[in-house]
Ligand binder design. Sequence first.
Ligand SMILES: Cc1cc2nc3c(=O)[nH]c(=O)nc-3n(C[C@H](O)[C@H](O)[C@H](O)COP(=O)(O)OP(=O)(O)OC[C@H]3O[C@@H](n4cnc5c(N)ncnc54)[C@H](O)[C@@H]3O)c2cc1C
Length: 562
Amino acid sequence: MSNSAVAKWLEEIAAAKAKKAQAKEQQQQNQQQQQQQQEQFTTPTEGLQQQSQQIATAQYGIIPSYNLQTRKKQLCLVLPPEPRKPEPGECCGNDCEPCVNTIYWEDLVAHRERCRKLQMQFEDACRVLEDSENRGLESGSGVGGSVGKMEEGGEEERGEEEGEGEELEDKVELNIRSYRPFKVLQKRYLSENTLLVVCDLPYYSSSKKKMDPHIIMFHLLIRFQQPDGQYLTKAFTPVDISRLHKATWRSVQGQSNTSGDLGAVDGQGFEDRMAFLVKLYPSPHATSDMFRALEVYTESGGIGGDDVTNGDNSRNRKGVLFLRGPIQTGRDRQRNQQQQINNLATGLSQRKRIVMIAAGSGITPMYQVLRALHSQQHHQQHQYTPGVEQEERKKEDVRFWEANEVDLVYCNRTTEDIWLRQELQSIGVSRTEEEGEGAKDQKSEEGILEKAAELSLSLVRRTTVRIQHVLSSASTFSSPSSVKQVPPIQGGSHQFHTGRISLDLLRNTLQQGQDSHDHLRDNKEQLQILVCGPPLFNKDVSAMLTLLNYHDSDTCEIHILE
Ligand SMILES: Cc1cc2nc3c(=O)[nH]c(=O)nc-3n(C[C@H](O)[C@H](O)[C@H](O)COP(=O)(O)OP(=O)(O)OC[C@H]3O[C@@H](n4cnc5c(N)ncnc54)[C@H](O)[C@@H]3O)c2cc1C
């Protein structure tokens, strides 16, 4: 071997060594970084997750190296890691779209396709390398484009895996395919068994685009990790608290909570944030106990702080909720949406009614619908400002649900159990009542303030909202419902029944107001029936609807939300 060849060879060895050292150093730095991030966002019991996270953020692709024995350049293929298979507790069992299992299978297919492509690229690159060596050319430079090209792993296979590696800054956005950590801004007990949890993300938030306005009923998935490491995943419906009644905020004022009473007391600054109303069941109840143990985020004790043990040994990060969504609630919603849009376009008038039948926490999707109806009417009331957005806004408005009449039957045990009582009270004020009751309320300054809040929330002008409360604790379950007109708070068109929801009550509600619309008989009535409550309630109401001959058809949509 000539001197120059030896020198070149030594040079190559030195370069290979330097490259190796550099790669090692880089790897160590990466590992350190990952460790730091995981210390921030994961719990020690998230072993599997940590493992997949480490692999997921590692680089992969076709990696060139130098073989000192053969004195030849060589290529090796590092394939990306397989997506992590969800554990049993990671599916909430509600047939969400997309389900965590669907996401996994999609990711697996994409992963296999990616591996197949990489394998082909690798084979091509090896052939090019071999050819160039055979031709005695300087190896490496002519080798296929993907040689030495390392790819960042993870993202495409698994979405942005779990979000654990992300900074918990304001920029964190909701993602439908993977869980992201969000700060808990506030946690308040509205009653003994009702918890309000406010998270640090805007009410309408999705990572890719502004939420589609026709998606009115949506929920998020909250994932906890239990002391034994098992996941617990449950669906919760965000509540728009931007118009929360002052009285509701007042009812939580001065409360101390388990986490040390942090955050604004009157909700100031949190109005546009995502909030959950959580029904708590007596302990031991896994989901409720997780919420009880949840803490409010603080700079010092929050992210990066110790794990929360709170006596029950739950090991979730302090002040953080892992959320995935938004998931459209129920299936086959808006089946007739296209037909409705067509009707609007052709000017065919249709009487539209929404009948909502809810129990307990089942009010949350109904409240979303009521709020959306309000927003829609708010938009329509105000003149569109000329500009490029005008057409777009019109289109969006058409896509909002519209209704001439809304009936809500809301079942609870006692008046104390009624969620969003003040807010519903405000919504249930019809236009005529607003005008008539107004003078009465203006007697006191307090009345004026309350009225202003109510008016801002009321569904004005075109929608009549009737609300009936059914309270079970006032009578035995077998006795027939007795109707009472009890205005529990002030004004409003709320009817109160005692007993349980009955066939008669449902029939009357579904047929309500039909006679006064004889002139519209020629036009079809478009009826949407929404049912949401505990499983048994949903089953009972479904059976009653069948008995009353209400089925899904062109003119009737029944949505059992579960
Ligand atoms: C789309 C969707 C949206 C939801 N939104 C909300 C929401 O906004 N707020 C909310 O609080 N919940 C909501 N839920 C319900 C929530 O996901 C949980 O199912 C609920 O908190 C009960 O927890 P669990 O499933 O662990 O109860 P499990 O123990 O599995 O019990 C299932 C059901 O049995 C009943 N039950 C259980 N224990 C008791 C008890 N001790 N006393 C009386 N009844 C009991 C309850 O009806 C409960 O829902 C929603 C569910 C779905 C599917």
